[in-house]
Ligand binder design. Structure first.
Ligand code: J2J
Length: 512
């Protein structure tokens, strides 16, 4: 079983010839950045900061220390760290060794971490004492990492997988996404260019740094590419973020739509000086046009919509797009070599402007998941089936209209109904379970678990605390629980989620 599905040689050759894949690893890239921007501050967290030179040296010394612990090229390490300097030190140290970070989120708990450790055969779990959950893996604590004397290690190749990112996953458990040095660096460089980053950029990393959006769109890595400064925010809420914007004169940040709403409300009555902000990126879930239109008047900065996915394809609205496009579309692809198809359920292209499922392939979109999990997510000719329903405007911009996949987007946090259902079915009083989304003004969508009891019905609180006790991230705990006698079924006897959603909408309208 190959760990990773390579691009066909012909495509790879083309991406190299185009200068997209430059044959550079992350380790070499950081060395080059240190050469160009050495004394500039690369990252700030709390009252600590590191220059580019210091970050480069820290990565070398930590790589040596980790090598001393026996970590070797090709190994996997689950990394679960808060937004802090150690995140960058650890990730670059692992990159230098050719050890693959598996990017867990701070919200993950023991069930998710156990799955990541097992599925990636991880040799270690690198985390902080605050975030650590019980695990069978060897634990490396962020406050006790070994820094050694740099030696020469047998590093990775640019075409190797650099790390494993997590999929939003419509199947039960998150799938792992293998991204190579070559392909990811291309998306980072191109994103930094599109977003106009330079040495004057000060980026507030408010979302969890390991997520693909704040990591690479253009995110932390894009800012380093431009010689700018990353400011790590321990939390994304205005009480933490606004003072940091004022203190560090932050120019760019990235948020999910619910946070953008919270910021807009708080900014209208803040005493903090937010005037340094030039650009607010919003992505991860659909941004309402009404919210989009408030960004400039309230925050005094430009808006950029970002529609991306850890599997690859990222779309941005551009600085020179008319306001209407920025407010009502989710942008257009990074690369002229991103290939997009909008297809009907039979896989045939829809008429221009019609809604269909988005398929994509290109220079930074994977051709298969780690160890070929879920091959059906790719077409025979290598397109990734995004599961997103979109339409293309005459200007070539994408508008996200819905989903073809069974996934709930809870304000940018992705919840797989199948995963939550599998836990609900473990409850002794549950005969059957179905999880669907409920429209929500703040999060866009919340989750509702419909439960058929097999005896005296359990209470909603009982169901929720049961899911929590299974060691799942809090955002997966159903927001609402409905006990029903039976499920409506489709013609073929499957539970009709469509009817459950309709019942919920009727209940919401009825004020229940
Ligand atoms: C509607 N749906 C969106 C948007 C993502 C940049 C930005 C976001 C992600 C991300 C990312 C959306 N409007 N603006 O990786 O680099 C939904 C789609 C998509 C899924 C991917 C990046 N932006 N989505 O959100 O891997 O359904 O990546 O397929 O977490 O989020 O989720 P994820």
């Amino acid at each position: 079983m190959p760990d990773f599905t390579p691009w066909p040689e012909q495509e790879a050759a083309r991406y190299r010839a185009l200068g997209y894949w430059r044959g550079q690893t992350f380790g070499a890239w950081l060395r080059e950045l240190a050469g160009k921007h050495g004394p500039r501050v690369a990252v700030v967290a709390g009252d600590r900061g590191l220059t580019y030179t210091e970050l480069d040296h820290a990565a070398d010394r930590l790589a040596a220390g980790l090598s001393g612990l026996g970590l070797r090229r090709g190994d996997r390490v689950v990394v679960q760290l808060p937004n802090d300097i150690v995140f960058l030190e650890a990730v670059f140290a692992l990159f230098r060794l050719g050890v693959l970070p598996v990017f867990a989120l701070p919200a993950h708990r023991e069930t998710e971490i156990a799955h990541l450790v097992e599925h990636s055969d991880a040799t270690a779990y690198l985390t902080t004492r605050e975030l650590e959950v019980p695990s069978k893996a060897r634990v490396l604590h962020a406050d006790a990492l070994p820094y050694g004397d740099p030696g020469t290690q047998d590093g990775p190749q640019p075409g190797d997988v650099a790390f494993l990112q997590l999929s939003g996953g419509s199947t039960g458990l998150p799938k792992l996404i293998p991204r190579t040095h070559d392909d990811y660096l291309y998306s980072v460089r191109a994103s930094a260019g599109i977003c106009g980053l330079d040495t004057g950029t000060v980026y507030l990393c408010a979302l969890p740094a390991a997520h693909n959006f704040p990591l690479s769109s253009p995110g932390v890595l894009g800012v380093l590419h431009a010689g700018g400064r990353v400011v790590m925010a321990p939390r994304p809420t205005p009480d933490v973020a606004f003072p940091l914007i004022e203190r560090e004169r932050v120019t760019v940040t990235a948020l999910v739509p619910p946070l953008a709403l919270v910021w807009l409300r708080a900014a209208a009555r803040t005493s903090h000086d937010l005037s340094s902000l030039r650009l607010l990126q919003v992505g991860g879930a659909k941004l309402a046009a009404e919210t989009a239109r408030q960004v400039r008047p309230v925050l005094g900065c430009r808006l950029q919509q970002v529609f991306g996915m850890a599997e690859g394809l990222v779309n941005y609205t551009r600085a020179d797009d008319p306001d209407d496009i920025v407010e009502t579309t989710q942008g257009r692809p990074i690369s002229p070599h991103d290939e997009l198809l909008v297809v009907d359920p039979a896989g045939r292209p829809v008429a221009p402007g019609d809604v269909g499922e988005l398929l994509t392939r290109g220079p930074y979109t994977i051709r298969g998941y780690y160890r070929d999990a879920d091959p059906a997510a790719f077409t025979e000719d290598g397109y990734y089936r995004t599961g997103d329903l979109v339409r293309l405007t005459p200007s070539g911009h994408l508008v996200v209209e819905g989903r073809a996949k069974d996934l709930i987007n809870r304000g940018g946090e992705k919840v797989s109904p199948e995963e939550v259902e599998s836990h609900l079915l473990e409850h002794p009083a549950v005969l059957d379970a179905a999880v669907v989304e409920v429209p929500d003004a703040y999060l866009g969508e919340r989750t509702c678990a419909f439960v058929v009891p097999n005896g005296p019905p359990p209470s909603a609180a009982e169901i929720r605390s049961f899911v929590r006790s299974r060691g799942l991230a809090e955002y997966k705990v159903p927001d609402r629980v409905e006990i029903v006698a039976a499920f409506p079924s489709t013609g073929v006897g499957k539970t009709s989620k469509r009817e459950l959603r309709a019942a919920l909408r009727a209940a919401v309208r009825g004020g229940q």
